[in-house]
Design a protein around this ligand. Sequence first.
Ligand SMILES: *Cc1c(COP(=O)(O)O)cnc(C)c1O
Length: 441
Amino acid sequence: MNYYSLNKQSPIASFKEATILGQAPDKGLYFPEFIPQVDKDLISNIENISNEEIAFRVIKPYVGNEIREDELFRIVSETVNFSIPLVKVNEQISSLELFHGPTLAFKDIGARFMSRCLGQFVREGQAAQSGQTDKVTVLVATSGDTGGAVANGFYDVDGVDVVILYPSGKVSSVQEKQLTTLGKNIHALEVNGTFDDCQQLVKQAFTDAELNQQLFLTSANSINVARWLPQQFYYFFAYKQWKQKDQPPVIAVPSGNFGNICAGILAHMSGLPVKHFIAACNANDVVPNFMQSQSYQPKSAIATISNAMDVGNPSNFVRILELFHQQFPQLKEKFSSLSISDDETKATMKRVFNDFGYILDPHGAVGFLALEQYLTNEPSLQKGMFLETAHPVKFYDVVEDVLQHTIELPDAVQAIMHKPKAATFIDADYDALKEVLKGIS
Ligand SMILES: *Cc1c(COP(=O)(O)O)cnc(C)c1O
């Protein structure tokens, strides 16, 4: 498989090149040259096929021969080695729980796959194009969720150092522990500033010619094809657990940068039965507005209680448009988008807990309500699922406050809460960052 840049000003890239580069040189997102179709029996016989094999068969055409088959099988097996249950909430609605991975968010799947692919390419010496180093340094700024998944995914991967910048005092205590207790090749920098400061420092490092002479820097953000494509896996796992195979599900996806839902649509276009997709947004309503007006107007992000979705200019939406060949009528037939306020989110968390005994995190609550609203407007009784993208404990301050109910820490979280934090404190100053980076190389 080759990948072209959606800006059409860069040469095509192999899977390996696209993974190492992240973004095309013309700043466009990479997109596969064609959409491979899964074998019919993968769908008709899915209940009898293991998750590892499903994942392998889905991803194989995208990777081609750039990773040996036995290696690729090992990589996907490690990527999906935790449970992803479809849990019934009521007669109409089920929850696809994507939070049973090591950092309790769906980003674990993309991050685990990408880190292992990159690790493989580094071992083969392919990343060292510049010749100065046989190591790569992954540099990420995080507002909370991405950093933990990336750190965990790259933990102890040979040849890769990870440097994570997070804003001091602005991530939850669980998130901070996830970033700062791993050690080994994971370096946490606690920045005396905001998330925007962290992002600014990272951008400056990528454009610093002197630094890039010494280090091979790469990013691990969600536009990387190796993070985007494996997110198709769990849509297949969901269908495997879906009882009424003759009545495919409506699927609601809590959306921020739209990478997750875009992977679902890709899976559908490869042959997975899905009735309709709903992009569930919080107050950041650029895409819901676009679906009304057909005019795309990016805004600055608004802070909400579902903060991982506070995105004012979702980077993956261009990929969705490309999947529908820029044809609005086709898009509208398969795809809707709804905006849910913080008040509605809280009311939904309360109601679903009281009526069905199910604890939603704020992101999942946005997905639940958007799905429920869509289903009530449908004439025939449809059924559907929403993606529960994070464990409620990651947002326990909001959840406990809204539900007036304490939530138990899972074992994995209990264990890290007792570990000592190790982070280097720096001012939001580029020279300070550069010092640290040089020390690592
Ligand atoms: C990142 C994230 C989202 C948004 O996913 P996108 O792929 O950016 O649309 C939703 N929920 C949680 C909990 C997240 O961490």
